[in-house]
Design a binder for this molecule. Structure first.
Ligand code: AP5
Ligand code: MG
Length: 190
């Protein structure tokens, strides 16, 4: 199984590169942000709780996310592997993911860390905000998403370095050029 964690700040291109990876490698895609937005749309209990956190740019509590992830993972049993997009975002989530995958006889294969300058992130997200309808694509919420990323999520790079699974990817330039770098990193571990 090929299990890829696609990692990076808000707007770094996780979703964009995931789509290309899915096509090239036939992996299942789990984006916790997409799952949460579907829950909000469906006005489920989880969606109603998540909405308050997402619109403020804060993380949804670990227990809720880990429980949700386990359920989604179980629905993907037959896959070649999974691309995890937007998860893990905290050290407890990374540890929970390791346990969940180990219980299923597998593990994270590689963590791809998309590195993009802050000014570029803000420009991308403001531009998307003009059409996305996402409650978190406005300047105030973008700033809190970036602050949360630096304080709670960025430390995961060190966690995966210590696991020997961290791969830095230059995330600036064209989508195609970045995907070439992504493929090189994946092929290096296959
Ligand atoms: P989530 O949905 O994961 O959002 P995010 O991390 O803020 O990242 P985005 O989806 O905005 O960006 P992306 O990196 O996918 O980039 P994209 O490809 O879209 O999470 C949202 C919220 O849900 C969180 O804030 C939190 O509240 C909650 N949540 C989710 N997961 C959670 C978890 N595990 N724990 C707790 N809470 C959780 O690209 C961005 C834009 O740039 C697009 O318009 C794209 O077209 C454009 N673009 C992409 N590549 C390029 C390029 N090379 N050049 C120019 N433009 C580009
Ligand atoms: Mg995304």
């Amino acid at each position: 199984m090929l299990n890829v964690v696609i990692f990076g700040a808000p707007g770094s291109g996780k979703g964009t590169q995931s789509e290309l990876i899915i096509k090239a490698y036939g992996l299942d895609h789990i984006s916790t942000g997409d799952v949460l937005r579907a829950e909000i749309k469906g006005q489920t209990e989880l969606g109603n709780i998540a909405e308050g956190y997402i619109s403020k740019g804060q993380l949804v509590p670990d227990e809720l996310i880990i429980d949700m992830l386990a359920k989604v993972l179980d629905s993907k049993k037959t896959s070649e592997g999974v691309i995890f997009d937007g998860f893990p975002r905290t050290i407890p989530q990374a540890k929970a993911l390791k346990v969940m995958l180990n219980e299923r006889g597998t593990d994270v294969s590689v963590m791809l860390n998309l590195e993009v300058a802050e000014e570029e992130l803000i420009q991308r997200l403001l531009k998307r905000g003009e059409i996305s309808g996402r409650s978190d694509d406005n300047l105030e919420t973008i700033k809190s998403r970036l602050a949360v990323y630096h304080s709670q999520t960025a430390p995961l790079a060190t966690y995966y370095m210590e696991e020997g699974k961290h791969s830095a990817i230059k995330g600036m330039g064209t989508v195609e050029d970045i995907f070439t770098r992504v493929q090189e990193a994946i092929n290096a571990i296959k």
